[in-house]
Design a protein around this ligand. Structure first.
Ligand code: S3P
Length: 420
């Protein structure tokens, strides 16, 4: 297990690119695998999660060529049964979306991942896929990975997931591409719309209304896509530059679409000085004094991955911040209500959970030894908190950061030395 030691100090200055958006990266790889012809993708996330999906589409027959500049050419459309278990690594998005796509393929596949993936709930995708007629099962009669999928013979369904989840919506819609009629998902609350937007962009027949998406069976056509920077990674620099005195950071080319920039609204409400340029995608952030706020349950799907680092902003704010309706955090890469409480507590900040509300009291952060629990976002959130602590912080399990942002520590060094 690797460790990162972060000394406090700053300021952070300069500009930085974050990895390509992870949610979009998974989806464009899957669409390229389904499209009959060659698709061209630039700016794909370099995180391990997305590398796992890339490897999986190769194992089922997509042919790929990666140029020196990172441009990927993928020839899809001739998919076949994999020769081995498909390993999604740490990726919940990977396993749930791929389960949907593979449920439509006329062959058998087995999807597995790391210890965290084996703990995460898969009933949320196994139930609708079984309703569509897929022969899908979890490990040893359970609803957990590894998942075995005998694909093909799907019927279109109308499905109303019990949780607001873009992964579940995406799973059902990807399966719907191979069904015998239209498939509809009715969402309990709006979630990120990448699946339906990318379907439209690649010529798949979709009808999207607020809270309701229908897809007709079909295949995407080959496409070109430039993946923009991941807002959930930009959020680490947005919080870091807000809390470290005298900082000024520009995160370049951050995704501008709907449903992903809720953290910008929350930070602005807290008093942060940040601006997301709609023309360039550049997110400019300057240090500011923050105040506590209430993050409503209706906002959570639009910032669900950013809550660990927003909790750090709350720790540095005056007064109390409440994150309402955050029960889903219990079933992410770690139990993030427990792991946020634990690392902030170790650093001297009272954080507690009241039912499905996370409450963080602003205060003075102390240097400490914290455990990431193999959760990339906990490790990076702790690194941001460490910048304003009163002594060094040691973060255990730093290697997990490679899941989504392999260059995070280098980018931190670059911003601390004021370069770009
Ligand atoms: C994702 C959706 C979110 C998010 C995850 C990526 C996606 O999960 O936490 O990191 O790409 O669809 P849920 O929609 O299941 O909450």
């Amino acid at each position: 297990m690797s460790v990162l030691v972060v000394e406090p100090g700053g300021p952070l200055r300069g500009s930085v690119y974050v990895p390509g958006d992870k949610s979009i990266s998974h989806r464009v790889l899957m669409l390229a695998a389904l499209a009959d012809g060659t698709s061209v993708i630039r700016g794909l996330s370099d995180g391990r999660d997305v590398r796992c999906t890339l490897s999986i589409i190769g194992q089922i027959g997509a042919e790929m060529d990666e140029g020196a500049d990172g441009t990927l050419r993928i020839r899809g459309g001739r998919l076949h049964e994999p020769g081995a278990v498909l390993d999604v690594g740490n990726s919940g998005t990977g396993i749930r979306l791929l389960a949907g796509m593979l449920a439509g393929m006329p062959f058998r596949s087995v999807l597995d991942g790391d210890a965290s993936i084996r703990r995460r709930p898969m009933d949320r995708v196994l139930v609708p896929l079984a309703q569509m007629g897929a022969r899908v099962s979890g490990f040893d009669g359970s609803m957990s990975a590894p998942l075995t999928i005998e694909g093909g013979g799907l019927s279109g369904i109308d499905y109303e997931p019990p949780v607001a989840s873009a992964q579940v919506k995406g799973c059902v819609l990807f399966a719907g591409l191979s069904a015998d009629g239209p498939t509809t998902v009715v969402e309990p609350a709006p979630t990120r719309a990448h699946t339906e937007e990318l379907f439209v962009a690649t010529g798949v027949e979709v009808v999207a209304e607020p809270g309701r998406v229908s897809v007709a069976p079909g295949r995407p056509r080959p496409f070109e896509h430039d993946v923009e920077g991941d807002p959930s990674q930009a959020a680490f620099w947005a919080v870091a530059a807000s809390i470290v005195p005298d900082s000024e950071v520009v995160v370049q080319n951050v995704y501008r679409g709907q449903g992903r920039n809720g953290f910008v609204d929350v930070l602005q409400r807290m008093g942060a000085d940040l601006h997301h340029d709609p023309a360039t995608g550049d997110l400019t952030v300057r240090a500011a004094t923050l105040d506590g706020t209430v993050v409503g349950a209706d906002e959570v799907p639009g910032l669900v991955d950013e809550i660990p680092v927003l909790a750090v902003a709350a720790a540095c704010a005056g007064g109390e911040t409440r994150f309402e309706g955050v029960a889903e955090l219990r079933v992410k890469e770690s139990d993030r209500l427990a792991t946020v409480e634990e690392f902030l507590g170790a650093m001297g900040i009272p954080a507690r959970t009241e039912g499905d509300v996370l409450v963080v009291e602003g205060g003075r952060l102390h240097g400490a030894s914290v455990d990431s629990h193999h959760d990339h976002r906990i490790a990076m959130a702790a690194a941001v908190a460490a910048l304003v602590a009163d002594g060094p912080t040691t973060i255990d399990g730093w290697e997990s950061v490679a899941t989504s942002y392999p260059g995070f520590a280098d980018d931190l060094l670059g911003l601390r030395s004021g370069g770009d």
